[in-house]
Design a protein around this ligand. Structure first.
Ligand SMILES: C[S@@+](CC[C@H](N)C(=O)[O-])C[C@H]1O[C@@H](n2cnc3c(N)ncnc32)[C@H](O)[C@@H]1O
Length: 374
């Protein structure tokens, strides 16, 4: 057994998925990772690491580490980068294989099914799909033309010929519909209606969700005969980069401590909890959150609405709010509802998507609810 096959075998055994073991043993991740990746260095930013700078053994060891390897930052491919790239967001990566498999398992994919994948990236997860289901059963869409071309070559070299589409995955791909399973390896803010229409009755949509406030939830929705899609969020915390058209708009420098003043008994530090942040986002989906020391900021770029919350010297917290939306008041109401329900994880919530609205409910479909942004 050569070194790559040995490392692949060890990775597959460590992941321990009977359904995906053969695919993990067969797909050569080195073809998909390419010739360079970025390493996250807190001081320098994203530092390119080139295959040519390492021994072949060390490079393979890197490739088969169960880690996400970022391959593109702000549109710059790692193989074209010589200098570190400043602190910007990754725009493409090879997701850590164990997470890819968790996604595939959560989707409940099995032989004979027709699958649409959103976010081809390096093509690694697409290759796993092809290996298990066959080339004809896999369709994958990638937004970025450079990333899409690279994945196409890597898949061809590995011997896989799925349907590859370069374009906006939020529109789905009518050409091979209907799909039994749709999985997204980028996060969405709302579920695109095209997905619901292109998945067959009884089929599922499995998608990480990420809103502008930074709240995440893992949707697994079943499409019903009335054309709606619904389901409870999964009890698994996954984070994927945002689908490009769903990313938050850039924030300007914020002015703090101005506007109407009130007080609150809700500790803003609560929003460091993922479930609480998700709840805050339901209440104020346009707001982006940040911290200036111990001051929480909520800012909505569209309307200019702003809130900041800081500790009060006399106990409790002081709130400053301005603009048409009272962002903290909305967040506070939702947080109280969530606390009264026993502070559940996101899996205590569910989502129903109809042609008219996307409503997140708490507890059960008749429980308190919030509409996702249109
Ligand atoms: C985490 S990476 C995908 C990882 C990939 N599945 C793998 O195994 O290597 C997310 C990818 O989604 C792509 N993406 C972002 N928005 C998209 C969209 N609207 N449609 C299709 N792809 C999108 C990004 O360009 C990026 O390549």
């Amino acid at each position: 057994m050569n070194l790559a096959a040995k490392l692949r075998h060890e990775l597959a055994v460590a992941i321990g998925s009977p359904d995906w073991q053969a695919a993990l043993e067969a797909v050569p991740r080195e073809l998909f990772v390419g010739d360079a990746v970025y390493r996250d260095d807190a001081g320098l930013g994203w530092v390119p690491v080139h295959r040519s700078q390492m021994s072949p053994e060390d490079w393979l060891a890197l490739v088969y580490t169960d880690e996400t390897w970022v391959t593109q930052v702000n549109g710059v491919m790692a193989e074209n980068a010589i200098e570190p790239v400043a602190i910007l967001r990754p725009t493409s990566s090879s997701t850590l294989p164990s997470l890819v498999v968790r996604m595939l398992e959560a989707a409940g994919i099995s032989e004979g099914e027709n699958v649409l994948e959103i976010g081809t990236g390096t093509g690694y997860s697409t290759a796993l799909l092809c290996h298990r289901l066959g080339d004809k059963a896999a369709t994958s869409i990638e937004f970025d033309p450079v990333v899409a071309d690279r994945a196409k070559v890597a898949l061809a070299v590995a011997g896989y010929t799925p349907t590859l589409v370069q374009g906006d995955g939020l529109l789905g791909y009518e050409g091979n519909a209907p799909y039994d399973r749709l999985i997204a390896t980028c996060s969405v803010r709302t579920i695109p209606l095209a997905w619901v229409r292109q998945v067959c009755e009884g089929g599922t949509i499995t998608a990480p969700m990420l809103g502008w406030t930074g709240g995440v939830a893992f949707a697994h929705l079943r499409v019903a005969d009335d054309g709606t899609a619904s389901g409870r969020f999964l009890n698994d915390d996954v984070y994927f980069m945002p689908a490009r058209p769903h990313a938050a708009p850039p924030l300007d420098v914020l002015e703090l401590g101005s506007g109407d003043v009130s007080d609150t008994q809700i500790d803003p530090l609560l929003l460091t909890d993922d479930a609480a942040l998700f709840v805050a986002q339901l209440a104020a989906p346009q707001a982006q959150h940040g911290w200036a020391g111990d001051i929480l900021t909520l800012h909505d770029v569209d309307t200019g609405s702003h809130a900041d919350v800081r500790p009060s010297p006399g106990g409790g917290w002081v709130v400053h709010q301005r603009g048409p939306l009272r962002l903290w008041d909305e967040v506070e109401k939702a947080i109280v509802t969530w606390q009264e329900a026993g502070r559940p994880h996101q899996s205590g919530f569910g989502l129903i998507v109809t042609g008219e609205e996307q409503r997140v409910w708490l507890g059960d479909p008749d429980g308190p609810g919030w509409n996702l942004p249109a």
